[in-house]
Design a protein around this ligand. Structure first.
Ligand SMILES: [Fe+2]
Length: 177
């Protein structure tokens, strides 16, 4: 389950209902997929073959199509990051810059963890994600993504148009790391 840290106050939200209503208020989609559907071999596995990525998409086909129908996504894939990823440090440096997109950014975590830091009305907040968490950062909302200490994640990504999914840098004088 996701939990939230509000950066200005260091307040943490860990109760499901509090997390859900905070994210609702910020127009952040937040849902769950049942990770019991995933075979044990894919629960803690981060160096995925193309066949294994296809398998994840097959297993969650109903969930993916439900989201796609509701929110107009047209394409989806699986991304896996870990210390085995070439240039992980370089990639993370790129991900950790505040940016916006011209479509929303959807991620369904199937293994590992990740943090989306998102700009809200009262400053930035961190959403720490675990397997089963599905989140969407709204269009044109400043944010960035990073990993936690274990530096590993597998996520399904959905796009309206992946060719248009570009990070536009957002210079924010209020943002402190
Ligand atoms: Fe992004």
């Amino acid at each position: 389950m996701a939990n939230i840290r509000i950066r200005n106050t260091n307040e943490r939200l860990t109760k499901e209902q509090e997390v859900k209503s905070f994210l609702d208020k910020h127009d952040v989609l937040y849902e769950h997929w049942d990770m019991n559907k995933l075979p044990i071999s894919l629960h803690n596995h981060f160096l995925l073959s193309n066949e294994e990525k296809e398998e994840i998409l097959r297993i969650f086909d109903d969930e993916i199509r439900s989201l796609a129908n509701r929110r107009s996504y047209k394409e989806w894939d699986v991304i896996a990051l870990s210390d085995a990823t070439p240039n992980l440090d370089e990639l993370l440096k790129k991900f950790e810059k505040v940016h916006v997109h011209t479509e929303d950014e959807v991620r369904a975590i199937t293994a590992g963890n990740g943090i989306f830091t998102i700009k809200g009305e009262a400053g930035y907040f961190d959403v720490e994600l675990s397997p089963g968490d599905v989140i969407s950062v709204p269009v044109n909302t400043p944010h960035f993504f990073t990993l936690v200490e274990n530096r590993q994640v597998v996520a399904v990504r959905l796009f309206i148009d992946s060719s248009g999914w570009v990070a536009h840098p957002y210079e924010d004088p209020d943002f402190k790391r």
